[in-house]
Design a protein around this ligand. Structure first.
Ligand code: RNT
Ligand code: ZN
Length: 426
């Protein structure tokens, strides 16, 4: 049994936190209301180590990404994955979204290649999303497939390979559009491809020209932004693409700006000391919206579970300070197979939400005021003091209002679920 915080204590603590924040001009009630409008796009792939349900596939392969660990009980089919997700959603405050990949299609055991996928293969997910009143986001899966084995997909010099992937991404846009239409909430269709090479290429220009042409073919069809929002995700390197990645940051930044697409910044896709928080106010001067993949790289793009670390906090603070909460979409992207997958999910979602809440609670106006007066010592002093404001008491209230356990009590729920459901899976 993990300690439970009593409702009385939560209310008492909240009242004093409200007063302290109030003295800095922050209205905690308003902040709690605002939190209700911020969805996190929860990635389905933490539930099965990015395996998906294609008949005969047992694990993720290729693409330069890797899920390590062998914790028992990963979801083996869509029903199990949905059940696990329901558990997860029941233990985090707020209303969120689910982010699917094309490999999570339900084809009734039939082999349907990726370029033939249709919205009907996702009708189970759409039905489930309707029932649970959540929105869906989507991703074409351009890895874990024989036609991705060469390390090149949309930038391949082989037209057979390239055209297959063009057809797949186009099919994905149709699926995403249907999701957005049926759920009455625009579906973000995010494209990430693994293309690149292990060692120094002699020609970097040709693959990038080919990728640009493939993208032009994919996005030439204009689709209704009320249903679908297209985004493109860059990367610095991957396993097996250490020397060269075709879809680099500059490449997609240029492409997104020129073609009015959304850019996706993954917090694990830059140099290990490079922080994506500083990019937010730059990118949003040139694009309408921004998708963020929150992840935690440990020495490399290792996709560790998101925690409330400096990186995630500064991302949240930048979004708040730049007043762009309505133009930024928060999504999660990690896959840890070494610990209980339900716990991994919940840690990441709660950490992201806590960071966002803590950022919204920051008395930013005061910082800007002293900054404008040139009082830089005071600015730094206040930033330090604000770190120990009682955001935890507001977080507990947010949990209470949303009927989910505050503190660590959610672990008891997961333990029960794991014992009865997860650990009995073979
Ligand atoms: C890979 C990208 C990409 C994937 C998911 C599974 O480095 O981050 O977003 O993690 O699409
Ligand atoms: Zn990502």
């Amino acid at each position: 049994m993990y300690p439970k915080i009593s409702t009385n204590l939560i209310e008492e603590n909240y009242e004093s936190a409200k007063e302290i924040y109030g003295s800095y001009g922050i209205d905690t009630e308003g902040v709690l209301e605002k939190m209700k409008l911020i969805p996190i796009s929860v990635h389905c792939w933490q539930g099965d180590d990015v395996t998906g349900f294609e008949p005969g596939k047992e694990s993720l392969s290729g693409g330069g990404i890797l899920a390590t660990g062998n914790f028992p009980g990963k979801a083996r089919n869509a029903d199990e994955l949905r059940m696990d997700l329901e558990k997860v959603f029941s233990l985090v405050p707020g209303k969120h979204r689910l982010n699917l990949h094309a490999i999570y299609a339900e084809t009734g055991g039939k082999q349907v290649d990726r370029d033939e996928l249709q919205p009907e293969h996702f009708s189970g997910w759409i039905k489930w999303a309707k029932k649970n009143k959540i929105g869906l986001d989507f991703n074409p899966t351009v890895f874990s497939h024989p036609l991705a084995d060469s390390g090149f997909t949309l930038s391949s010099k082989d037209s057979k390979v390239r055209n297959f992937w063009i057809r797949h991404v186009r099919a994905s846009r149709k699926i995403a559009m249907e999701m957005g239409k049926q759920l009455k909430s625009p579906c973000i269709n995010n494209l990430w491809i693994p293309d690149g090479s292990k060692d120094l290429p002699a020609d970097r220009m040709t693959p990038r020209k080919i990728l640009k042409e493939s993208l032009d073919t994919i996005y030439e069809e204009k689709l209704d932004p009320n249903y679908i929002l297209d985004s493109v995700e860059s990367k610095l390197f991957g396993i097996g693409s250490e020397a060269f990645v075709v879809g680099s940051h500059e490449f997609y930044m240029g492409y997104a700006v020129e073609n009015k697409l959304m850019l996706c910044l993954d917090s694990g896709h830059f140099h290990p000391t490079e922080d994506i928080s500083d990019k937010i106010s730059s990118v949003l001067n040139f694009t309408d919206r921004l998708l963020l993949h929150l992840s935690r790289g440990v020495r490399w793009d290792s996709d560790h579970v998101v925690t409330m670390n400096d990186q995630i906090l500064s991302i949240a603070l930048e979004v708040k300070r730049s007043k762009v909460l309505d133009r930024v979409h928060f999504a999660l992207d990690f896959f840890d197979a070494s610990i209980n997958r339900i716990i991994a999910w919940i840690i990441g979602i709660r950490a992201a939400l806590k960071s966002i809440l803590r950022a919204i609670l920051e008395p930013t106006e005061i910082l800007i005021e002293v900054e404008n007066e040139g009082k830089y010592g005071e600015r730094l002093a206040l930033m330090e003091e604000f770190k120990s404001l009682p955001f935890g008491a507001v977080w507990d209230m947010y949990c209470l209002q949303n009927n989910v356990p505050a503190g660590s009590a959610w672990l008891d729920d997961v333990e029960e679920y794991s014992k009865n459901i997860i650990l009995v899976r073979k």
